[in-house]
Design a protein around this ligand. Sequence first.
Ligand SMILES: [Fe+2]
Length: 435
Amino acid sequence: MACCHYFAPSEGGDEAFSIDASAITFGPGVLREAGDHAASLGVARAALMTDKVMAGLEHVAVVKAALEGAGIDVVVYDEVRVEPTDESFKAATRFAQEGKFDGFVSVGGGSVMDTAKAANLYSTYPAEFLTYVNPPIGGGQAVPGPLKTHIACPSTCGTGSECTGIAVFDLLSMKAKTGIVSRFMRPTMALVDPECTHSLPKNVVAASAFDVLSHALESYTALAYTRRKAPARPSLRPMSQGANPWSDLGCREALLILGRNLVNGVNDPADTQARSQLMWAATLAGIAFGNAGCHAPHGMSYSVSGLVRDFQPNGYPKGEAIVPHGMSVIVNAPAVFRFTAEACPERHLEAAGLLGADIRGATERDAGEILADQIIQFMKSTDMPNGIRGVGYNQDDIPDLTEGSFPQRRLLDNAPRGIGKEELKGLYQDALAYW
Ligand SMILES: [Fe+2]
């Protein structure tokens, strides 16, 4: 294994890491297996959660038919909000409580899967909404125990939400993105059908693929788990436990696949092989970041998406300003990896090599620049926005972007270098434009 010393013991640091993963079934057509899996897990009455757009598409019909074919009582909830809020989580919870379901099936992107997790949580263990939300915004109380069965069926190749116990939402009263994190919220099973990616618009595949790329790069370069303070009790070991030998496996393979397939998979809808490979990379990176945690590109993305003014990318619903999650992440990534490289240059250089960069003769001093250049090359080849200026921000926005992201300590503290306010400002400055 490269750079074993990355996990060298440290004073007061953790000495063990945990491996948590959803049960995953991967392959073309697996959505049709939903009924048999749900029945074998004891589900008799399922809430099928999706959003308004997905509700009209074939995937939802396939899953519904499969569930009904297995004798399961199904009620569809298509009110999931893309970029969910506390209000939309509460509405889904009311539906879940009134419906007296014994299982949840989600079909859609991260918003849908996260909403199903929250509805499952609050209908199983009712509590005042902020009880389980991450501190300092919420109470951070531990989820009391296992939830009901949740089968997650991702429709895009990006979020990895099917593999994690994280649900992200906007808290409207504070205009802040935050989340709920618990091992118990990880879906019971994920059905990952690569055919779902074949009909997606280019920009949707691009945003998803760059999210995957950043999941893998952030998990691979995250602070080593041995440098995170040991938990007071073993059961309190966080899911964002830092880079570890298990997450490394998924990251390396995901980076190799992305290096070979990202540009083709985005640009050529006919290249279904490349798109299927992106779905597999998303699954691998999802398992990895679910066990290691992301860091600064994701931490910085919260204000990049939250403070959006008028950016409207092609391929997304018209009339609504939005910076899709993957874009809000990747516009920060080159700046971050230039900055973090000095903490673990060998990992940055290895990642660049896996992505296809020529690292012959490169020294550790070049690591950050080489990795940043490789990401920028991918961004240019797929018409991604040029840094945060490309999604509508300028120099004057840097203080607000910084204030908005600075509280994201779970993410920022998982970076291999310390990030205070000055460093964060510097990162946004460097992320303004790359070419
Ligand atoms: Fe992400």
